[in-house]
Design a protein around this ligand. Sequence first.
Ligand code: APR
Ligand code: ZN
Length: 239
Amino acid sequence: MQLDLTPSTKLFVLTGAGISAESGIATFRDANGLWENHRVEEVASPEGFAASPATVWRFYAQRRAQAATVKPNPAHAALAGAERICGDNFFLATQNVDNLHEAAGSQRLIHMHGELFKTRCSDDDCTTLPFVDMRSSFAELPRCSCGALQRPHIVWFGEVPFEMLKIKRNVQACDIFVTVGSSGVVYPAAGLVREISFRKQNGESCISVYVGLERPDNADEFDHVVLGKAGEVLPTLFR
Ligand code: APR
Ligand code: ZN
């Protein structure tokens, strides 16, 4: 399959953990994935943080240490190349919290599930903004100047993903919708492709493509499913 891009092509891309797999970052639900070795509610929920902030910080510190050693792969580079063709008509929403899209040159992107290398105050009423934080070891639990604990700037289970209105607006306007490397089990991200199905039913011309190692849970919503490694498929997908 090949997708012809021009500067006027409105291209929307949603990425999941699968795009970073070839860089060496574990996915969540594959064999030996993160959720096989950690209990989600313990390390990725507000309740888990309240119960044991040290356990949560240990989990994210370990992920920071690992993510700091890896490099973007040809899939990240292919998306940066697509962005250079489509310019402001390109939109990337990533569920990933690593910084590999930025490292590959992507500029127009939203981290809808937060960012691993950012920390913020755990008090939602505090005016201190999230900040870049490369620390991957802590002698003691980090605290904000207001006295509250600091937390990873990550969207945990039960919390609302960032910038959903802007993301949905771009799904409504795109010509081509591509999802890369996501198992399609976590909403609202997994439901975005359904907007494309609705638009087509209303007579709009847009298409949806899934690229990944295996069929995702929401495979039936896509016009095309291209099975394969992101690092091998993406460099030849865009023309
Ligand atoms: N190339 C393409 N796809 C791949 C590759 C690869 N090299 N390796 C694995 N995959 C696919 C798997 O087949 C799987 O469908 O990537 C997908 C990864 O799925 P998940 O591990 O569920 O990751 P993701 O869909 O991004 O999870 C969504 O769940 O836990 C939350 O917040 C977390 O953002 C995450 C969200
Ligand atoms: Zn604070």
